[in-house]
Design a protein around this ligand. Structure first.
Ligand code: CAA
Length: 394
């Protein structure tokens, strides 16, 4: 029988999740913020699709918008574990607010800090990391969602600038952002090697924020179509070497998926907490419903699933912090945590019975919010592509 090497994803094979004093303080700060600042008004913002402008400003002041960015650019200089801990806490209460945090941290600040030029970092990252400005990541298009190499948006090289034309869809922070990282095709003949990433400012001529989507969940976050009509993008706003844009997007999304996994975990944990507490006060057949095994077993399953998802999320964060590969562990965390978010929120509604179906008990919102975690930043099917390719790689 041949010896089979178990070196599947080049991730770490040890873990130390001992949370430091700093991690515990971040958890406390995020929990306090979520309960004191996000919870009031969360139902109204969801109902009216209101962007949490004031709350985002405060999150910037508290350092939640550039958590992992080097302090020399205005960030918190924290590790990924701190980030997922904060994401979980914020998402327990308000997943609309937490996706704004996730996109700004993972998809915008991280990409700029890792691959941007010093000038780009000074000009843009310093504002994004402090929350003075908000960022958006623009990859998806009407005809290129999961199939991200099929970009139709074009950026034609005109010497000292590129001329950007096209449409981007489902862009988180689409209406509220100041700066946009836009992925576009510069040379169709080169396929994914002819794709570049650019920093685009909202105020530039030819840039238009299109209609806002009326969504099932995360209704407080603003998701828009964006149109680019002959937008002049200076050459110095291209990120990285010519042709690096697709890999830039893929590498950035690998980290983004850890943030969304933490968001899904928080949604699940928030729904579980509500269901557990409700089951201890709601009575049926002469006793609190938690005393019925039908409910107690649901709680046990929810708890085990959440703990397992939490370990995957922390493992992915750990891999990133150790400088190991996290493509697979991030994809596994997102795949599993988003599944657990969906299953747990459905059960939380069930435990609440009729009350679960009305807004004031919060679980119906969490159930609607959970669904997107199986779709954005790579659907569950895309995560399976990433995982299976990783498993079968030589
Ligand atoms: N890191 C570095 N390079 C990577 C990479 C990674 N994680 N993944 C792929 N690449 C490289 C490959 O090595 C390859 O380069 P070479 O040819 O030089 O070897 C190149 O990229 C193309 O890769 P593939 O051949 O694997 O490309 P593919 O067409 O088969 O697609 C995919 C791969 C994983 C399916 C990718 O298209 C994908 O991730 N799709 C999903 C896109 C997505 O997540 N969209 C979400 C939108 S963003 C969003 O939701 C934001 C929001 O607002 C919340």
């Amino acid at each position: 029988m041949p010896r089979i090497e178990n070196d599947l994803d080049k991730s770490t094979d040890t873990m130390d999740f001992n949370l430091s004093e700093e991690h515990l303080m971040i958890r406390e700060a995020a929990r306090d913020f979520a309960n004191n600042e996000l919870l009031p008004g969360v139902i109204e913002r969801d109902t009216n699709q209101t962007f949490p402008t004031e709350q985002v400003k405060k999150m910037g002041e508290l350092g939640f918008l550039g958590m992992m960015v080097d302090p020399k650019y205005g960030g918190g200089g924290m590790d990924t574990l701190s980030y997922v801990i904060a994401m979980e806490e914020l998402s327990k209460i308000d997943a609309s607010a937490s996706v704004i945090v996730s996109v700004n941290n993972s998809l915008v600040c991280w990409g700029l800090e890792t691959y941007g030029s010093e000038e780009q970092k000074q000009k843009y990252l310093t504002k994004l990391a402090t929350g003075e400005s908000i960022g958006a990541f623009c990859l998806s298009e009407p005809e290129a969602g999961s199939d991200a190499t099929s970009q139709r948006t074009t950026a034609v090289d005109k010497g000292d600038h590129y001329l950007l034309n096209g449409t981007k869809n489902w862009i988180t922070n689409g209406g509220s952002a100041d700066y946009y990282l836009v992925i576009a095709q510069t040379d169709r003949d080169k396929g994914h090697r002819g794709i570049n990433a650019f920093i685009v400012e909202k105020s530039w001529d030819g840039f238009e924020v299109g209609p806002k989507e009326d969504k099932l969940g995360i209704r407080g976050s603003d998701t828009h179509t964006l149109n680019f009509n002959d937008v002049k993008v200076p050459k110095e706003n291209r990120i990285g070497e010519d042709g690096f844009g697709f890999k830039f997007a893929m590498k950035t999304l690998s980290g983004g998926r850890i943030g969304i996994a933490a968001q899904a975990l928080g949604i699940a944990a928030g729904a579980y907490d509500l269901a557990r507490e409700y089951s201890k006060i709601r009575k049926a057949f002469g006793t609190e419903i938690c005393n019925h095994q039908a409910i107690a077993f649901k709680l046990a399953d929810m708890h085990v699933n959440i703990e397992a998802a939490r370990h995957l999320v922390m493992k992915a964060a750990w891999d990133k912090d150790q400088g190991a590969n996290y493509d697979m562990s991030g994809a596994m965390a997102k795949l599993q945590a988003s599944k657990v978010a969906m299953e747990t929120t459905v059960e939380a509604v069930q435990i609440h019975g009729g009350n679960g179906y009305v807004k004031e008990y919060h679980v119906e919102r969490l159930m609607r919010d959970a669904k997107i975690t199986q779709i954005y930043e790579g659907t569950s099917e895309i995560q399976k592509i990433v995982i299976s390719r990783g498993l079968l790689r030589d």
